[in-house]
Design a protein around this ligand. Structure first.
Ligand code: AMP
Ligand code: DBH
Length: 543
């Protein structure tokens, strides 16, 4: 087992095996099996390219040989920052096969995030596209390398310039040289949205993740004829696994890759490829609902439309069936594990008004008050969970783990929920210091720390403010040292520090002091209320 990764106590591991959750599969083996069984079937469609299971399997082996030749070893961490292109799969399966661990960075991450992942994970390699969405990742790699000269390998899909070209790494396949990879080995490190400062790294094993794929594929009724459209960046846990692209490959079905989630990108693909299922976040769902009536594409192949990552309003949820002509599925999940789904045959009331129920009968759920005591049934409290695909601790985070998990191994989700009489969860809010910007999670503390580095900032507090479109946006309250800097200058300062765009505060407010709680902490609740009231008044004045 990779050092620094807490794991399940033996009695739990035994139970999950005995109950048939963990079946001893690995990702490398899973692809091989699909390729052996139906090698000619298409696994991935990207533009006019159709890649079969057999080809994907072969290319992963050839790349695995190249990675080994570069000196990448079992348990080495490799930062993978690839958009929705076939290389994503080839790279991941090649790494899985040699037991090296992808760390799934998002395409929107910049120098601040990437340098931290490389340094914290002691990365053996960093894999990027040449350019994507008009951004040159080689420039980013240069910045990271100037801070971290010890980063050995920068590997580029496309024109590598001074770096290592990915396309030059495909060697003769030699699976006999692959290190032995066990089902209970960590397969990769997923990212948490973060609540205390920087993103934590989440160790997921082959056993636990493949179990989550199997039940997800089952609940979403994937079969060989299913076609999953990857509209969101697939490195994110939701489009990766719920059932996402990996659940789709698990089911032997076909993944269609979209560059992005806009109707211009996705609607023609749905029509052309006869897509049956896709997943988006609430703001994208609103855009699709708006666009559907005025567009001519035939979306009739779509059977399941998943919405998750942030709370979807009941009003919008109610419109899905009539506007898009398919079944809505709400998905409430987290990269740490637990995923809740509404089921495809659930009644309208459940589908519209709840965020689903746990996918596994072995998921354990508790809803507790501030003192950790169970609330009365139906009351709101913090959701705690434990189960066969929920981690027991973050990677190399002993101190944080002591707070984020209960002594008996329940993960404190930081989500405020209530459970209805049929066991379905309704998300009511959040106890963690995080902004959920339309599914993109922003840890307040991370942004505050960057703001505090500005010479004119005395103190900073970042909170959410309500937003019709994104659900929430971020507002930075600043106590300036003397003359307040312009808001635009502060935002530019954060950009120059290499912070991902979605973490740049949407609004900046200056103040002389922060409201305090009884014990003298900054009252974020009071700040949230203040900005919400200010926005409501401004909206009223406009009318
Ligand atoms: P992450 O830590 O980035 O994996 O994000 C997981 C968090 O996203 C959860 O703990 C929730 O706060 C939030 N989330 C995910 N799906 C939903 C949903 N359907 N409704 C409300 N919040 C959600
Ligand atoms: O927001 C998430 O992290 C998320 C949402 C839906 C997730 O990780 C998932 C499903 O698996």
């Amino acid at each position: 087992m990779l050092a620094g990764c807490p794991t399940w106590p033996d009695e739990f591991a035994e139970k999950y095996r005995k109950e048939g959750c963990w079946r001893g599969e690995t990702f490398g083996g899973m692809l091989r099996e699909r390729a052996d069984k139906h090698g000619n079937r298409i696994a991935v469609t990207y533009g006019d390219a159709h890649i079969s299971y057999g080809e994907l399997d072969m290319r992963a082996d050839r790349l695995a040989a190249g990675f080994l030749e570069l000196g990448i070893k079992k348990e080495d961490r490799v930062i993978v920052q690839l958009p929705n292109t076939p290389e994503f799969f080839e790279v991941c399966f090649a790494l899985f096969r040699i037991g090296a661990l992808p760390v799934f960075a998002l395409p929107s991450h910049r120098q601040s995030e990437i340098a931290y992942f490389c340094e914290f994970a002691e990365a053996a390699a960093y894999i990027i596209p040449d350019t994507h969405s008009r951004f040159d990742y080689r420039v980013l790699a240069r910045q990271v390398r100037s801070k971290l000269p010890e980063l050995r390998n920068v590997i580029v899909a496309g024109d590598p310039e001074e770096f290592q070209g990915l396309s030059d790494l495909y060697r003769d396949a030699d699976p006999g040289r692959h290190p032995h990879v066990k089902p209970d080995d960590v397969a990769f490190l997923q990212l948490s949205g973060g609540s205390t400062g920087l993103s934590k790294l989440i160790p997921r094993t082959h056993d636990d993740y493949i179990y989550s794929l199997r039940i997800s594929a089952d609940i979403c009724r994937l079969d060989h004829n299913s076609v999953y459209l990857a509209a969101l960046p697939m490195a994110h846990n939701y489009p990766l696994s719920s059932p996402g692209v990996l659940g789709t490959l698990y089911a032997g079905a076909r993944v269609v890759l979209a560059e992005g989630p806009s109707p211009d990108e996705t609607f023609p693909l749905i029509e052309k490829e006869r897509v049956t299922i896709t997943g988006v976040v609430p703001p994208i769902a609103l855009i699709w609902l708006e666009a559907a009536s005025s567009r001519s594409e035939d979306l009739s192949s779509l059977e399941v439309f998943q919405v998750g990552g942030a709370k979807f309003s009941a009003e919008a949820a109610r419109r899905v069936k009539s506007v898009l002509g398919c079944t809505l599925q709400q998905v409430f999940g987290m990269a740490e594990g637990l995923v809740n789904y509404t089921r495809l045959d659930d009644p309208e009331d459940i589908v519209v008004n709840t965020q689903g129920k746990p996918m596994s009968p072995f998921d354990e759920i508790k809803v507790v008050d501030e003192n950790g005591r169970d609330v009365e049934p139906g009351q709101t409290g913090e959701l705690l969970t434990r189960g066969p695909y929920t981690i027991r601790g973050y990677y190399k985070a002993e101190e944080h783990n002591a707070k984020a998990f209960t002594p008996d191994g329940f993960y404190r989700t930081g989500d405020l929920v209530k459970v209805n009489s049929s066991g379905y969860l309704i998300v009511e809010g959040r106890a963690k210091d995080q902004i959920n910007r339309g599914g993109e999670k922003v840890a307040a503390e991370e942004v505050e720390n960057h703001l505090l580095a500005h010479p004119s900032v005395h103190d900073a507090a970042v909170v959410s403010m309500p937003d019709d479109f994104l659900g929430e946006r971020s507002c930075a309250y600043i106590i300036p040292r003397d003359t307040p800097p312009a808001a635009a200058e502060l935002k530019q300062f954060l950009r120059e520090r290499g912070l991902a765009a979605y973490k740049i505060p949407d609004r900046v407010e200056f103040t002389d002091s922060f409201p305090q709680t009884g014990v003298g902490k900054v009252s974020k609740k009071a700040l949230r209320q203040a900005i919400a009231e200010k926005m409501a008044q401004a909206a009223k004045a406009k009318q």
